[in-house]
Structure formats: C-alpha cells, structure tokens
Design a protein around this ligand. Structure first.
Ligand code: FES
Length: 233
C-alpha cells in the first residue's frame, strides 16, 4: 500500500523534463516520436541504409534532402525526423541544413505545403538591370497562385543572359513573362543537359600546350604567346 502511494506521488510530481530524461536513458530519441511509416517510405525512396551503410554517411545529407524535395515538392517535419533516424543524425543537424538552403521547402506540422510549381526570378544586379522586378510583377499577375508560386532568388550564375528565371530546375534565359508561362504550361521543369568537353578532347585540341611548353623549358611563356599572336594576326 505504501509502495503504491509512493509511486503515485512520484508520478504526480514528474515534470516533462523528468519524463524526457528517463526516455533518453531508456534509449528513446529526443523530440517528437518517429513515424515508422515515414521511415519505410524513406527507405523505398533512398534505399535501405541497413543494407547499404554508405547511405548513412553525413555527406549524403544534401543528396537525400534533394531526393525528398523532388519526390514530394517539400520537406515535411515527419520526413525530416525519419531522415534523422535513417542517417543517425541529430534532428537539429538535419533541420538546420534543410532550412539553410532556399531551394528546400520545410513545411512544419499543420502548415500547408507550397503549390506544385515554383518560379524563381533572379533579382541580383544584372537581372535587376534587365528588368527583373517588372518581370516578377508580371508573372505574379499572370500565373495562378493556387498552382504556381513566384519567388525572388539570388544570382543563378547566368548573368550574361539576364534576366534569368528558374521554373522548377529549368533555367529560362533572356526571360519574358510569355516565355516563362509557356514553360510552365509545357511542364518541362528539368535542367537542360550540358555537353561538356572532356579533358582528353581539350588536350587533343591543343589545350594546356603552352603550360606543357613552359614546363618543358622549350619556350618562355612570352615567346610562345608572341608567336601565337603574330600567327593569328
Ligand atoms: S544576376 Fe541574375 S543570373 Fe546573375
């Protein structure tokens, strides 16, 4: 009888902190509980980390966040919790990374996910000078906010073709409102494949020849450049 009374009194005076510290000692993760369904869904998307331990490596975090964002259009807190367990990382590390980058949309519990399509208008210097503000205003007027959201974005590294707009992952160069709307209608949101010149092909075409000559002592850099220039002139 005394024991039951003692236990009851202890239970009454237990605070949230006491419970959570007991849970930690008992091996429970901190914070909200993990959804087992979310973990199964994550394994279906990213692969089974129990079979492939490399999937747990910390440098995979961004890859995984991209994969979830691309698959579901946003990152829910349920998915972030599942990812923390999947990678055996603290939830704070996953949340911090997900909220640092503008391209990830973290949706908190109870929040409405963003529309399916995102249009990002670059508003850094070159694009500003090329009319980015007016373009953004036109797009906000012309596109349906239920299905498309229009956001500002920093430089996209294509300043020579300003103004630049990104629809999903597809860059529209020298963008106009009509051109962007046409891309939204076609649903072509993936980036264009880039055909890179391989190193071997570059070297076969004379690439790094000057460097090789200088290193070999056959010609001074200036002599070589002079010969080249007079040949071309
Ligand atoms: S300023 Fe817009 S792409 Fe660089």
């Amino acid at each position: 009888m005394l024991n039951s009374i003692t236990l009851l009194s202890v239970a009454c005076f237990m605070t949230d902190q006491t419970v959570s510290s007991w849970r930690r000692r008992l091996g429970h993760p901190r914070g909200r509980d993990l959804s087992p369904v979310a973990l199964v869904t994550l394994r279906a998307l990213l692969g089974d980390e129990r079979q492939q331990p490399s999937l747990r490596q910390r440098d995979q975090l961004l890859e995984h966040l991209h994969a979830i964002q691309d698959a579901h259009g946003h990152l829910s807190m349920v998915e972030l919790r599942a990812l923390a367990t999947y990678m055996n990382l603290p939830m704070a590390a996953v949340y911090e990374t997900a909220t640092f980058y503008a391209h990830f949309d973290v949706v908190h519990d109870g929040q409405t996910p963003p529309p399916d399509t995102t249009v990002r208008v670059c508003d850094s210097l070159s694009c500003q000078l090329a009319g980015a503000a007016q373009l953004k205003a036109k797009l906000e007027k012309g596109l349906d906010p239920e299905t498309v959201r229009v956001l500002r974005a920093p430089c996209m590294g294509r300043c020579d073709s300003a103004p630049v707009v990104e629809v999903g992952h597809h860059h529209v160069q020298f963008a106009t409102a009509e051109g962007v709307e046409a891309v939204v209608d076609t649903g072509h949101f993936q980036p264009e494949a880039i055909i890179w010149q391989r190193l071997e092909a570059y070297q076969q075409a004379g690439g790094y020849q000057l460097l090789a000559d200088c290193r070999g002592g056959g010609a001074s850099a200036l002599t070589h450049l002079w010969r080249r220039w007079t040949k071309q002139a």
